[in-house]
Design a protein around this ligand. Structure first.
Ligand code: 13P
Length: 283
């Protein structure tokens, strides 16, 4: 179908469903993600993290991802994940991304509002969606570590939303990037409160390791976009090791990447179906 914006795939706000957002790292993950969405005929968000985009030469991977989105039989959002600065957002917009995230969550509320507005003004002028973040997530994302977690403050959220014009807001309710140490513990009371106060769709980062019940409850309480990164990396590397291990002397550069791509595609297809409607069976 086409390259679409984040705003489009998350509408309407009052309908309970979520769209899966998956991290791309290379061409194989880009293909696996788009093919997974095509297999179940559902929209998908293909993300590229700012540290991945900023690796020299990876603009070509981003351009290929945008071409794959345009050729796809389903709506695909090409989204920049966790940009900390205006320049990286502009780089992505110039390349043709349909959505960017400006992550000012480690800044003061005022500074977060200022940088978000700067990005939003430029993005909206060319029809690109904007995601922001309020409250910080602990954990490692694309090699960058944040140590302290800071839950989203409802009062700050009200101020932030009144002062900005974002299409979606990532919230911190106990979720974390990377693999959870022990059982993840999410504050659904806080999520409900945030969703009642928000007129924009809420977004859940740190999807790897959450249970199906937690996804279901989150979607029921207004989560519209769920980010999955670590599970894409883990699936790829485990499939690589396992497939290579079956016949090490083959150095199988046809079969191994194909197996990785298929494994990613399956993860994506299963999650997209569950986030769209499968979750309803659990609530
Ligand atoms: P995980 O790596 O924990 O799945 O989180 C991904 C993410 O939130 C990307 O922004």
């Amino acid at each position: 179908m086409s390259l679409v914006t984040l705003k489009e795939v998350m509408e309407p706000k009052d309908e309970a469903f979520a769209v899966g957002a998956f991290s791309t790292y290379d061409l194989s993950s880009a293909l696996g993600i788009v093919e997974g969405a095509e297999a179940v005929n559902l929209p998908v968000i293909a993300m590229m993290g700012a540290p991945v985009l900023n690796v020299p030469g990876n603009e070509k991977v981003a351009e290929t991802l945008i071409s794959l989105a345009k050729m796809s039989s389903v709506p695909v959002v090409v989204h920049l994940d966790h940009a900390k600065d205006f320049a990286t957002c502009m780089k992505a917009i110039k390349l043709g991304f349909s959505s960017v995230m400006i992550d000012g969550s480690t800044l003061s509320l005022e500074e977060n509002i200022a940088v978000t507005n700067k990005v939003t003004e430029a993005a909206k002028a060319v029809g690109v969606s904007v995601e922001a973040e309020l409250g910080a997530l602990a954990g490692i994302e694309d090699g960058e570590e944040v140590k302290a977690q800071k839950m989203t403050n409802p009062e700050h959220m009200k101020t932030f939303l009144e002062a900005t014009d974002v299409d979606g807001l990532a919230v911190s309710i106990g979720n974390a990037h990377g693999l959870y140490k022990g059982e993840p513990n999410l504050n659904f009371e806080l999520l409900e409160k945030l969703n009642d106060l928000s007129d924009v769709p809420l977004i859940m980062h740190g999807g790897t390791g959450l249970t199906q019940e937690q996804f279901a409850k989150g979607i029921q309480l207004g989560i519209k976009k769920i980010n999955i990164g670590t599970e894409i990396k883990k699936t790829t590397i485990e499939t690589f090791i396992e497939t290579h291990g079956k016949n090490e002397s083959a150095w199988d550069m046809i079969g191994i990447p194909k197996a990785c791509r298929e494994a990613i595609s399956k993860v994506v297809a299963d999650k997209l179906k569950f986030y769209r409607s499968g979750w309803k069976e659990l609530v």
